[in-house]
Design a protein around this ligand. Sequence first.
Ligand SMILES: [Zn+2]
Ligand SMILES: [Zn+2]
Ligand SMILES: [Zn+2]
Ligand SMILES: [Zn+2]
Length: 375
Amino acid sequence: MSNPTPLQATCLCRTSTIQIPTALPLTAHVCHCTTCRTSHGTLFAMHTDLQSLPFSESSPPSTFRTYQSSPNSGTAYFCSNCGTYMFASYFYMREGARHEGFCVSTGCVSLSDSYKSENPTVKLEDVLSIDFHCIIKDTIDGGASPWAGDWSKETQVQFHGNWEEPPMPSQEDAEELGRKHVYPTGRKELDGWCRCKGVKVRITREDEARKYKTGVCVCDSCRLATGTDVVPYTWVPRDHAFFVTKSSDGEGEELQEWPAVWDDATKAKFGNMIIYESTPGKVVWGACGTCGARVFYQKYGKTVKDGRDLVEPLTGLFGADVTQGIMHLDFLDWVAPDGGVYSAEDAEKEGRAGIMTRNVNVMYQKWVKEMKSRA
Ligand SMILES: [Zn+2]
Ligand SMILES: [Zn+2]
Ligand SMILES: [Zn+2]
Ligand SMILES: [Zn+2]
């Protein structure tokens, strides 16, 4: 058990594959903060804590692009080809002192090939587990915390992310936040942003009774695209989804039609995005080219029932202004197909379902049922 690099991290396009020297086992924390949500496009981030980054901070691998929100902030490292947010350094306060932390996005992590050949029976879930949840306060409405993982197993739950303040006692309390939260009535549009606010998405509806279906996928592609094992999407007809850009005079905003096809002309129009085709001519993923946030998935030819094009913005971007809550029960129809989440078998096959997705699959389904019974 002395493999020097037991883990590796990989992005969606696999251009950025990094070996990680570390001791095992490792723990990951689940962060529900606005920065993490808008960095990954997911409702929470799953960050595996590392002693240090597996590369030099001053000269990271050339396939990475980096983002710092301010000169004193930590640094995000994402793949310049596909946009997957893979590593980060960050700062946090504990016992009155500023500490630097390092992490890798758990969804990118797998056992390295050399470790697997030496330890053929070990699964990732045997050596990596969730340790704590933090900053649920940012979600306003509890976010996904009623079904994110299993708090009875996880050691600490920090409502604020401030270690000096008391932890949140139970998962039921988070559920209670959701029950109590009231969304504004009559909303006709819902906006989403990436972390750097360079990409803004808007979905609209004429009728406030109309809700957009939203589901949770745990397939390998979604995981590698976001760096998170649990990925929510909202399905919107393309004619009700827009990009909001600055007007040419820089004063106001302009609504841009969501492209039917990401060709050279549309790519140029949204030049601040990384557009990656995982299946050429068929499947496109968009990410913010400045901060690395995953923004959308689009499969050409996928339509809603009436034949209109469908686009799939990442649900974690919506309501990112820390005032309105993030589950948008007035606007989004959270659905659970038979298995609870989509592609649960992928996580089982990869030996990683025990980290979180097996629990999510059960608890998400229960939560959706409860939502329906309340509606
Ligand atoms: Zn990549
Ligand atoms: Zn966070
Ligand atoms: Zn951005
Ligand atoms: Zn998926």
